[in-house]
Each structure stands twice: as C-alpha cells, then as structure tokens.
Design a binder for this molecule. Structure first.
Ligand code: GLU
Length: 504
C-alpha cells in the first residue's frame, strides 16, 4: 500500500502548537514509511476565513522543517489542494449520494429547527438533533412530494443537503491509537453535508478529498474522534475503502486540567504559536516560539515528545532520529501536559550544541537592536563564555552586557558585602600586578594574581570579589580571568580605577 498522509488545516487563524504537532506526526509517519505528505487547505468555511492565515501556516511548517510533497505550492497529481478551488468536485460527488438516496434536501428554517430542538428537550429525548426519527416530521425530500422538492429548488429556496443516517445500526470504526470504536447510529444525526451557501461542510469535503487524494492514514487531533463514525458511514455510503485512522491526544494546560489555550500562554508567559502572529483585524500580536528565541530543532524535539515516547531513555532527537524512532503505536491515548520548563531546557540543550560563530551572528542581531556594534571575533569569544548560562540567545545580554559597556553603577548588596575599608588599597595593588603581567592572558593573569594574593596572604575572597564588582558591576559572570583577557589590560585597569573613584 502507498502511504499517503495529509495535514489539513483551516486558515481561520494562526496555527496552534497542537496543530503543528499533528503536522509533525503526519510528517514523521510519512517519512518513516517512505510515504507522501500532503498539505490541503480546508477553507470552505468562508465566515471564518482569516487573511494571512494560510501563509502563516506554510511559513510555520517551513520553519519547523516539515516538508510538503504535494500541496498548493508544490502541486501534485491530485490537486487543486485548496478546497475552495474544488467546488465542482464536491457538487459532483454530492449528486452521487443524492442519487443513491443516501443524502437528501432539507428546507427547514432556523425557527423550525429551533422549535424542533425545544420540543425534543421538553420531551426529554435522548437525542435532540436532526435524527432519523425527527427527519419524518421535518420539511425535506422525504416528507415533501417530489414535485414540490423540485419546485422549491427551481425557485431558489434555501436548502441544505443532509446525510441520511441509518436507524439503529452499530457502526464499527478502528483507530490505531484507541483500538475498536463502536457507535449506535441512534446517537448520531443527519449531518449537513452541503450548506445553504452552496459550500460543502468540513465532513463532506474532507472525506471526498481524502478519498480522491488517496490518503491511506488520517492522523488528526482527538477533537475529531466524535466525527469518526459519520466519516466511516460516508465512506461506506460511497462504497469506498475506509482509510486507517489515528486520533492524537490533546495538549493539556500545564496543570493537566483542560485543553491548552492561547489564554494559558498569555497568562503564564509562553507562546502557543510557532511564530509571532499579528491579528489582521485587531492588530494584536501573539508571541511565537521562533521570536522567543527557540531553535526549530528544539521546538520539534519538545513537541514530538508531547504525546509520543520512544520507549527508551533517549530525550534528544534530531528530525532524522525522530523519523527513525516514530510509530503511531507509541502515541499515548491520554492528553499530554504542556511543560514550559521542559521546552526551555530543550532549547538550552540545543543552544549548547551550536557553533559559537553561529550563536555570535544571532547575538550580534540582539546587540544591534541595542545600538551596539562589535567585532564578530570578539562576540564569538563572549558567546563561548556565557552560553552555558542561558537557554536563549536574547538572554545572553543579561549575562554579557559588561563585555560591551563598562558598569555605570554597582550592585548595592554586593558593594555592602564586598567593598570594605581596605578594598581601595587592595585594588590599587592589584592594578600594579596586572600592569606588570605579560601576556595579558587568562592563564597568566590568574597565575600572577593568585601568586600575589598568596604571597601577601590577602585572602582570595577579599580580592577576587571586589575585583569582579569593579569590572562587572555585580557578583555575576564567568571566570574572572577569562573576562579580563577579553576586555584587555587597559579596559580592565580603567574599570578598577573607576570603581575606586566611585566607591571610595
Ligand atoms: N480542517 C480540519 C482542522 O482544521 C481538519 C481535520 C482533519 O484532519 O480531518 O482541523
């Protein structure tokens, strides 16, 4: 069997990370099995269409390294891949179901539908939807004479086309992750397949396209599980083979209670979208993983583990390793709890693996935002000293600002604790030692300064803490002698002199 999977987003807004994970699992499954990955844009709901969303989805997938084999950009044998361009196909296929008596016209007005629902609710009916029993009491091609149906259509009366759900039938569906699922059709309804605006609904367009695009495995979010029986019935109504299904677990809030929403992200300060999204209507900007400084490798590694586990202790996976290790059988049934700390740690891990020159380029972009320009060679050395201390490139500034700007103030707590009466005299002597040290390398300055401290029995802490305070402005930063090697003799001495002057 040819393995063909699809990611089928609706361009109704930015792609939630749950959607990215769905795309990722589809992609991993396709690549693992030598199959094809299709991107289909499901834009039949014109009311919910959002300008820019389709491009955002494509850009996000590209940033993640999820490659598309067939789609609106790539083309392919089974296009067009945008549903709004497939209207004729849907009209043709709905006619097939109408001809077979598996679908029918319904003319009920919104008021009539509402009245029906109320009546059923009052009667405490188990199923208050438009179901096979109710169908007999409503205005549709089963209850109206054929001539009237035709006349209403010719008149241009509004109608929808509904699926004729059989009565009291047990439908068996299979899900790779959840096993066998049995549903009695009495609990379902005669779903609308075509809307009054002449557009197919999601359900109808989705199964027609999955069939015509020869999709072998439908891998999608758990929120679609309730539609599985209807979809199975639609395939059967056409007499088509039913593809394999896998419904992925939900992404849950950090508390584990409920679905992860954009509001959780805003409240707790983490992104729920892969990239920044600017709402075209409100102008509101929602943060993205990319802009927050995540590397795509870290993002997909982290995302892959939200709902799937390799069954081993391995935690870090490149895309190729994910492809190798992935299987739908190891996707969990239960929801996957979002853990922000894990996401950060993952990024920190990838950051440590990066080449210093690569990180320097990124850090230089951050520096230039602050109006600071520096030599790449210098920034590369700075990066090599501070990268262990950060999870994201933008955090480097916090750890490294003193490499670019001499302190203008000194951390008050540290001053109180570390700057004593005898400190200025010690710092003056230190200047003398540094002055005489050649070459001004980390190793050599360390050797000379330590030898001096020991010979004079000055106490390591008494000198080194004040030394750091003078050069850095606080009690933080990497190895002191590495710092001064980078700053150079002149700058180092200037900073100590300034500290003596300011702190007295
Ligand atoms: N267009 C649907 C969505 O937005 C696709 C669901 C499916 O994969 O069948 O999620």
């Amino acid at each position: 069997m040819d393995i063909r999977v699809r990611f089928a987003p609706s361009p109704t807004g930015p792609l939630h990370i749950g959607g990215v994970r769905t795309a990722l699992y589809n992609y991993l499954f396709a690549r693992k099995n030598g199959g094809k990955m299709i991107l289909r844009i499901e834009d039949t709901d014109q009311k919910r269409y959002v300008e820019g969303a389709e491009q955002y989805i494509k850009d996000s997938l590209a940033w993640c390294g999820i490659e598309i084999d067939e789609g609106t950009e790539q083309g392919g044998e089974h296009g067009p891949y945008r549903q709004s361009e497939r209207k004729e196909t849907y009209s043709k296929y709905i006619q097939l179901l109408l001809d077979k008596g598996q679908a029918y016209y319904a003319f009920d007005t919104a008021e009539e539908l509402e009245a029906m629902r109320k009546k059923l609710e009052e009667a405490k009916a188990d199923n208050t939807s438009y179901n096979p029993l109710i169908r007999k009491e409503m205005t549709n091609s089963f209850t109206l004479p054929e001539a009237e149906v035709k006349q209403r259509i010719d008149n241009g009366d509004p109608y929808v086309i509904r699926f004729r759900m059989p009565e009291n039938e047990i439908v068996h569906s299979k899900d790779i992750i959840r096993g066998e699922i049995k549903v009695n059709t009495n609990t379902l309804d005669d779903k609308v397949l075509f809307k009054s605006d002449g557009m197919p609904t999601y359900h109808f367009a989705n199964i027609v396209d999955d069939h015509l695009m020869k999709i072998s495995h439908v891998i999608r979010g758990e929120e679609w599980l309730p539609s599985l029986t209807l979809h199975t019935m639609l395939y059967k109504a056409f007499g088509w083979d039913v593809p394999e299904f896998a419904h992925l677990p939900l992404l849950l809030k950090p508390t584990g209670k409920g679905k992860l929403s954009k509001r959780d992200g805003d409240k707790l300060g983490f992104p729920v979208f892969p990239m920044e999204w600017k709402d075209p209507k409100t102008g509101d900007v929602a943060m993205g993983y990319k802009e927050e400084g995540y590397f795509p490798e870290a993002f997909i590694n982290f995302l892959a583990l939200l709902g799937w586990n390799p069954g081993t202790e391995q935690e870090y996976f490149s895309m190729d390793e994910l492809i190798n290790a992935f299987s739908l059988e190891r996707v969990s049934k239960g929801g996957a709890r979002f853990d922000q700390q894990k996401a950060q740690n993952m990024n920190a891990h990838y950051l440590q693996q990066k080449d210093d020159g690569f990180l320097a380029d990124l850090f230089m972009e951050e520096l230039s935002k602050k109006g600071i320009s520096a030599e790449k060679e210098y920034v590369t050395k700075v990066v090599s000293l501070v990268k262990e201390r950060v999870s994201f490139v933008p955090e480097m500034w916090e750890q490294a600002s003193f490499f670019f700007e001499a302190p203008t103030e000194y951390d008050a707590k540290t001053v109180k604790k570390r700057w004593k009466e005898q400190t200025p005299a010690l710092m003056k002597q230190l200047i003398g030692v540094l002055e005489a040290t050649k070459p001004f390398s980390s190793a050599k300055t360390e050797e000379e300064v330590k030898a001096w401290i020991q010979a004079k029995e000055l106490g390591m802490g008494a000198v080194m803490n004040a030394f750091r305070l003078s050069v850095v402005g606080a009690s933080k930063g990497p190895h002191m002698f590495d710092i001064i090697e980078l700053l150079g003799k002149e700058e180092t001495i200037k900073r100590i002199e300034k500290a003596i002057e300011v702190l007295g």
